[in-house]
Design a protein around this ligand. Sequence first.
Ligand code: PMP
Length: 377
Amino acid sequence: MTAAAPGRGPADGGPPASAAERAAATIRPDIQALSAYAVGHADDGIKLDAMENPYGLPDEVRDAIAAAARATALNRYPAAHHDALQAAVRAAFGVPDAAALLFGNGSDELISLIVQACCDAGDTVLSPVPSFVMFEMSARFHHARFVGVPLTPNFELDLPAMLAAIRAHRPKVVFLAVPNNPTGGRWTDAAIDAILAAAPGLVVIDEAYQPFADGTWMPRAATLPNAVVLRTVSKIGLAGLRFGYLAGPAPWITEIDKLRPPYNVDVLTEAVMLAVLRHKAVLDEQAARLRDSRDGLARALAALPGVIVYPSSANFLLARFSGKMSGNAVHQALKTRKIRVRNFPGGEPALADCLRISLGTPDEHAALLTALHDILA
Ligand code: PMP
């Protein structure tokens, strides 16, 4: 890269000189105004901030992964259709034969492709708020308008408000995280049916946390005319792999697929997914263990002074700290004890003083509760 020609600069109509000036003059102003998605990372301590499965894979599964990686031809591009993985995902996760299936580099990528496929500049993306932040971010990235419909003060879906907003804004895309992140609640089937009936465009039923909940929309993925079901393997033990899938009627999936980068799911991801899905029972057992631990942790947290815990159908609990310390102070005090949970500084006002705590191992729950007793004493 050469610098701007001597004697020329912004003042005399030439290009700005430095990389910072050139980027500022070229990158979209709305992108410059954004902050990057915050990814928490910690190599030590107790990590309860990102809804990861705390249990590692057993040796037999690791050995199967190693063998699969060894047999993978890294010199070749991934195949176009991932036929074997399509069959394995359908069988493992109950995707109906009649539904079309699309794979993503995490479900994040699929959220972005959906918005790109549906929205012209200025079109509306709508979801309850607070919900998964990437719904709004993806809308912004693609010049769509985001309408957030506040949940009730108890973080329940405000169905009349949702239906009124859908009538008023005619959204191209409605995102429903079911169960919802970061609040944990699962909207009723009747409420979702009412939204499906009212929505003029596509409704995305994002079941990232379904493995920890009762019920799923997957059996209806082929038959609803305006809905698709989004899933990820991130919460059940494979967050590092980056693999998500979208199931729905072929007329929707075929169009969204046109925007997919051709090699978005790489050969190692495919090989590892195939190997792990042969041991899917391990993932199911870990998810069940986490789910079984949820009520006990919720009761123990709710017994702390000034703490409210919201009902959760996910692998995390949202708790509000209204005692002598603010949520941010509790977050900081936990951090100094190397216990990471998620706070929401400066974000959604409804989440003030709330901390989102991912389910961990029994030992991690015990350490968290000991620390909180100490902090809140
Ligand atoms: N949907 C929801 C509701 C989420 O909470 C998340 C992760 N926080 C995702 C999708 C994205 O998951 P991933 O990209 O890891 O598949």
